[in-house]
Design a protein around this ligand. Structure first.
Ligand code: SAM
Ligand code: SF4
Length: 490
């Protein structure tokens, strides 16, 4: 994996701090005829989609492999969020030329956001590609694969207003057997001016809550002890039996509405030993009802990913985030007053957005001082074709300024992460064990409710168990401690 990351030069300089990740399918051997290799880029939604793709392919004669040289079919499930993400995929495609020369029948498909954005253009630009499939067309994969088997190129980039893949049980690809992700909605109806997602993932729709609860229950029965509910904007989750498309639902008379707070409660009730997390929350939509539901259930983890993007109201307006700095601060104050000082708050930040001045950049730094985020994903602005910002504003901040501002934001985050972690010293944390520590076989690692990694000596415990750990040391990224008989005091 390390080698793969180096090969495709995914990590360089400041972006190494960001969430550029690549995941590779694991080997399954259930005696199927053909082998599928999937490499997934970008966000957790994409990783979850690859699990849906694997499930559909498995029903149609494919086991997965972790070695592309063994594969009959290679899929790259791609991300378009920043230019770098797309360059990475193009570079990776060129590396498959050798494999295709050796095995001309090898099928190569591009899935996900880049497929949706570029459509047939991708076939023209990347001759090695046989198959282009957008995020709402995965049910069509068996037909598309057959078309390629018959010697044609195949494309389906139809965006659906209803598809949620609710009935498909994902094949867990990178699972530790303890924590899993459940997709609860698709698409996004917000139009943040910098963002390509509304164009690549279509309109917002919510998945049937009963299928979500069933998936959580199945995972619990299989030994999983934590689920993360996933969506681009989970707080705007809204489902009715008649319509699941958010825009249509808001115009219709329906018999019942399940909102995000209701859904959280339904999943929390699956079992007190099943932890529930969720991501991503949008500052304009997160309600006190959600915060009170979090407080009511011990197993709903006290951590909120609440991306601010910028700490300056004028820049937020240009970004079309539809909230101000004061609104954001009000939401943070509500979190602190309802859930307390220990609730984790994490963020995403973009530096050097169009016309951002030095003073406005400093507003992001002062907001970070106010909130004291536990962790952030930090990026410099990358103009994306077709977005509102590309059409309306000049990308006028020089790259070196964007990068310098990013490094200041990263330095500030390191500072606040350390301050936040130091608060945890001397306290007892309830930790769900996820497995052995990466650095030492004698140590275990897990997470506390605020999603912080905690490392401690193995005293014979197993992954999937809860333990109380007295934290006695920390770095900016990790807590260290010892198992204790004391009750957790968070
Ligand atoms: N839906 C989530 C939200 O609104 O917070 C985030 C989704 S996006 C996949 C993840 C993050 O990528 C965003 O929060 C933003 O910080 C970053 N991002 C999106 N478009 C970007 C762009 N054009 N340049 C740099 N960063 C970008
Ligand atoms: Fe993109 Fe904004 Fe939707 Fe997040 S909320 S996916 S940043 S448009």
């Amino acid at each position: 994996m390390e080698k793969l990351i180096n090969d495709i030069q995914i990590l360089d300089g400041t972006e190494a701090e960001a969430c550029e990740t690549v995941r590779v399918s694991k080997k399954t051997n259930t005696g199927k005829d053909r082998k599928l290799y999937i490499e997934s880029y970008g966000c957790q939604m994409n990783f979850s989609d690859s699990e849906i793709v694997s499930s559909i392919m498995s029903e149609n004669g494919f086991d997965t492999t972790s070695d592309f040289e063994d594969a009959d079919v290679i899929f790259l499930n791609t991300c378009s969020i920043r230019e770098k993400a797309e360059q990475t995929v193009r570079m990776r495609l060129s590396q498959f030329n050798g494999a295709k020369r050796k095995k001309p029948e090898l099928m190569i498909g591009v899935l996900g956001c880049m497929a949706e954005r570029l459509k047939t253009k991708l076939l023209e630009e990347e001759k090695i590609v046989d198959l282009v499939v957008g995020p709402d067309a995965y049910r069509d994969l068996p037909n598309l694969v057959s078309e390629v088997d018959e010697g044609q190129k195949a494309v389906n980039t139809f965006l659906s207003r209803e598809e949620t893949y609710a009935d498909i049980t994902p094949v867990r690809l990178n699972s530790n057997g303890v924590t899993a992700f459940i997709s609860i909605m698709r698409g996004c109806d917000n139009m943040c001016s910098f963002c390509v997602v509304p164009f690549t993932r279509g309109r917002e729709r919510s998945r049937d809550p009963y299928s979500i609860v069933k998936e959580a229950q199945d995972l619990f029965n299989k030994g999983y002890r934590e689920v993360t509910l996933l969506g681009q904007n989970v707080d705007s989750y809204k489902w009715s039996p008649e319509v699941n498309n958010k825009a249509r639902l808001e115009r219709s008379e329906v018999s019942e509405i399940v909102n995000f707070a209701n859904l959280l409660e339904m999943v929390a009730k699956v079992h007190p030993d099943l932890r529930v997390r969720f991501s991503t929350s949008h500052p304009k939509d997160i309600t006190d009802e959600v915060l009170h539901t979090m407080k009511k259930y011990e197993n709903i983890c006290k951590c909120i990913h609440l991306p601010v993007q910028s700490g300056n109201t004028r820049v937020l307006e240009l970004m079309n985030r539809t909230y101000t700095r004061d609104w954001y601060i009000n939401r943070v104050d509500a979190i602190r007053s309802i859930l307390g000082e220990d609730c984790g708050i994490t963020s995403d930040m973009i530096t050097g957005f169009c016309t951002e001045t030095e003073e406005e950049h400093k507003d992001t730094l002062t907001l970070m001082d106010y909130v004291k985020y536990d962790f952030s994903y930090m990026f410099f602005y990358s103009e994306r074709p077709g977005t509102l910002a590309e059409k309306k504003y000049k990308d006028d901040i020089p790259l070196d300024v964007k990068k310098r501002r990013l490094s200041e934001v990263i330095a500030k985050q390191k500072e606040t992460s350390l301050v936040r972690n130091k608060r945890d010293i001397g306290k007892v944390h309830k930790v769900l064990i996820e497995g052995r520590s990466k650095k030492s076989a004698e140590q275990l690692q897990g997470r506390n409710t605020a999603n912080k990694v905690v490392i401690f000596d193995n005293e014979g415990q197993q992954k999937g168990q809860y333990v109380n750990v007295l934290v006695d040391d920390c770095s900016a990224g990790t807590l260290f401690g010892k198992i204790t008989e004391r009750e957790n005091d968070l």
